[in-house]
Design a protein around this ligand. Structure first.
Ligand SMILES: [Zn+2]
Length: 356
């Protein structure tokens, strides 16, 4: 080969890198192999909640080549998220991008060969069947037990596997729920566990606790998607750890608890939506209003609100500041009102500025 020919050949290879090799280091791993990689490529997973844990889970599974990811999140990116929510950057926070949209955008840039769907919605009983339709595995990236019990009811009812994950402070905990084969979340925690009422807002959180719990859960997801519910090394315990104190514990979760409300009595109260308030607190001096499902014309509302405070919008969110409140409105009419935990105040602000 002449010098010139070699240079041209290098140029060509630089212009068109060989993508066929992108998973080679994973295919080499004995637990995956070529057949396992093919299975991942046709598998689908939903990530419910795309904050810290959800970001880490989605990033790992996207890079691993899981064929279809559906990211469901109700929130928008803020500067306070960047310390641990690995799919977002400063631009996303400056633009108040919905997390689902920002995450999907980032994932498309890091792996364009997989399908990724962004759902800017709050997962609730009325939309869960649509949002989780056709999904092989559900991953928990939420920050609250209300949504986790809802996922658990749905998963047990439909016999879909899901993986519970949570992190707060330096503590992380995770559980695989394979309906019919393992305990479910309600077997282990018949009611919201007291220790977990701590939140990131009250106890802070280490990003390393997040990535460790996401790492464990994402690996369990790979085992499940490659080898199915009978995967020999799929963990059948509730695993918890504290990275700061070095404590680590495992509780057996291989067997269902007799009389469990969900997997025993099949009493799906959360799926039925009983006792669910129309307005929920986000747990950070904010109230979410999601009872009014109707499209909003951002340009028109932006004009109308100019006289009442500072306002700006893009295709995804409209933000309105009126001291001491900050309202973030989504195109379907859902709103997060910051600056109060009083639902009556939030409702009246919404009625006054958006409409009742
Ligand atoms: Zn159960």
């Amino acid at each position: 080969m002449t010098c010139l020919a070699r240079e041209q050949s290098l140029e060509n290879s630089a212009a068109t890198p060989d993508w066929s090799d992108r998973y080679s280091r994973q295919v080499l791993f004995y637990g995956i192999g070529a057949e396992g990689q093919r299975k991942l490529g046709v598998a689908s997973a939903a990530i419910v909640g795309c904050g810290a844990t959800g970001s880490a889970l989605a990033g790992l599974l996207a890079r691993a080549g899981v064929g279809k990811l559906r990211i469901i999140d109700r929130d928008y990116v803020e500067p306070i998220n960047l310390q641990r929510q690995s799919l977002f950057d400063e631009n996303d926070a400056a633009e108040s991008m919905p997390k689902a949209v920002a995450a999907a955008r980032k994932i498309k840039a890091l792996n364009s060969s997989i399908e990724v769907e962004a759902k800017v919605e709050d997962l609730v009983p009325s939309n869960i069947k649509v949002l989780l339709e056709g999904i092989n595995l559900i991953l928990d990236g939420t920050d609250n037990f209300e949504t986790r019990y809802l996922i658990n009811d749905y998963a047990v009812d439909r016999s879909v596997a899901w993986i519970y994950s949570a992190a707060v402070g330096s503590y992380g905990v995770t559980l695989n729920v394979v309906p019919g084969r393992t305990a479910c979340l309600a077997c282990i925690f018949p009611d919201s566990p007291r220790g977990m009422v701590e939140t990131c807002e009250t106890s802070g959180i280490l990003n390393s606790a997040v990535t460790l719990v996401a790492s464990i859960a994402a690996t369990e997801a790979l085992k499940f998607l490659v080898a199915g519910p009978e995967a020999p090394t799929l963990r059948r315990t509730l695993l918890s750890f504290d990275l700061w104190t070095n404590d680590r514990a495992e509780i057996a979760a291989a067997k269902r608890r007799p009389g469990c409300r969900a997997c025993g009595e099949r009493d799906f109260v959360h799926l039925a939506g009983e006792g669910r308030p129309h307005i929920t607190l986000c747990g950070r001096n904010s109230v979410q209003i999601h009872e009014r499902q109707r499209p909003i014309d951002f340009a028109e509302l932006d004009r109308r609100l100019q006289a009442h405070g500072r306002v700006r919008h893009n295709d995804y969110v409209l933000k309105f500041w009126r001291d001491p409140y900050e309202m973030t409105l989504f195109p379907d009419g859902r709103a997060i009102i910051k600056g109060t935990t009083d639902t009556a105040v939030a409702r009246s602000l919404y009625a006054r500025y958006v409409g009742s």
